[in-house]
Write a new protein. Structure first.
Length: 280
């Protein structure tokens, strides 16, 4: 038997006037909650900001890329991701060099398990290698900070993981950029790569780890993982990602080093060395 529509069972008749009133009410109330696009909640929004300046030779680039490809799909990294409140993180991969030399190799992607991690790693491994001119950590940080805007995710934490093999020597002073990023509530962690020190004159310094501690990283729990041996690069990247995902910086791991925060440290060393090199 078909449902009654004569109003005798308490239901209102589906008259044209009644339908018009319902449609008008819907328009006045606006879209339903399901129709409103909302940012996906996740434990962490992570920008992997990777140095591809001229001082990074092809061997270093290949090793660095392999480190991130292997780290993201590593079962321990995936387990760390799954252990969070939402069991997910959002990641994007940015390459940087000079003040305006940037490229996003892998756009924002949600990683919530092994399949998604493998997909991100596959996309990254297939991207071409390339070098750009200049070393502007400040430019890389400022660009990385904008990637959190309107990215479709709302993370409990926002982190920039910046790696590089030399100090800032172009663009805005690194301290100005760092403070601007920190003011946005973004944590900066560092991976100073110290494999071929002084091989390129002004572009490398022997105490790059101290430079990163004092001039680059910042925010609650910020830390660095310095790489002094090519054999340790892949493992260092893997371990660093586990620490970032688990929010376990703060020196709780032997790989992690807290910032020294020496106010007397020369954070303009890269600019000075470049100026001296140009004046020769």
């Amino acid at each position: 038997m078909s449902p009654r529509s004569d109003g005798k069972d308490g239901a209102m008749p589906a008259t044209p006037g009644r339908l018009a009133a319902v449609l008008l009410a819907a328009l006045c109330l606006g879209p339903s909650a399901e129709a409103i696009a909302q940012d996906r909640e996740t434990d962490l929004e992570l920008v992997l900001a990777v140095d591809v300046s001229g001082s990074m030779d092809r061997d270093e680039q290949v090793l660095q890329r392999r480190g991130y490809v292997d780290a993201i799909r590593d079962p321990e990294v995936v387990a760390a991701i799954r252990s969070g409140l939402t069991g997910s993180i959002a990641v994007t991969y940015l390459e940087w060099a000079g003040p305006s030399a940037h490229r996003v190799l892998v756009p924002w992607q949600l990683i919530d398990g092994q399949e998604a991690a493998d997909a991100f790693s596959a996309r990254l491994s297939e991207a071409p290698l390339g070098t750009m001119r200049g070393t502007s950590i400040s430019g890389g940080l400022l660009l990385a900070a904008t990637l959190f805007d309107d990215n479709g995710f709302e993370g409990y934490r926002k982190v920039i993981d910046v790696s590089g093999d030399g100090p800032n020597n172009m663009g805005a002073p690194v301290l100005i950029a760092r403070d601007e990023v920190l003011d946005r509530g973004v944590v900066i962690n560092g991976l100073p790569i110290m494999l071929k020190l002084n091989a390129f004159g002004f572009s490398s310094i022997s105490n790059l780890d101290e430079y990163y501690e004092n001039c680059v990283i910042g925010g609650p729990g910020a830390f660095i993982v310095a790489v002094n041996d090519p054999a340790s690069l892949v493992e260092s990247i893997r371990r660093k990602m586990i620490l970032e995902i688990a929010d376990a910086g703060g020196g709780e791991d032997p790989f992690a080093v807290l910032p020294a925060s020496d106010p007397e440290f020369d954070c303009m060393i890269g600019e000075r060395l470049r100026r001296q090199w140009l004046d020769r």
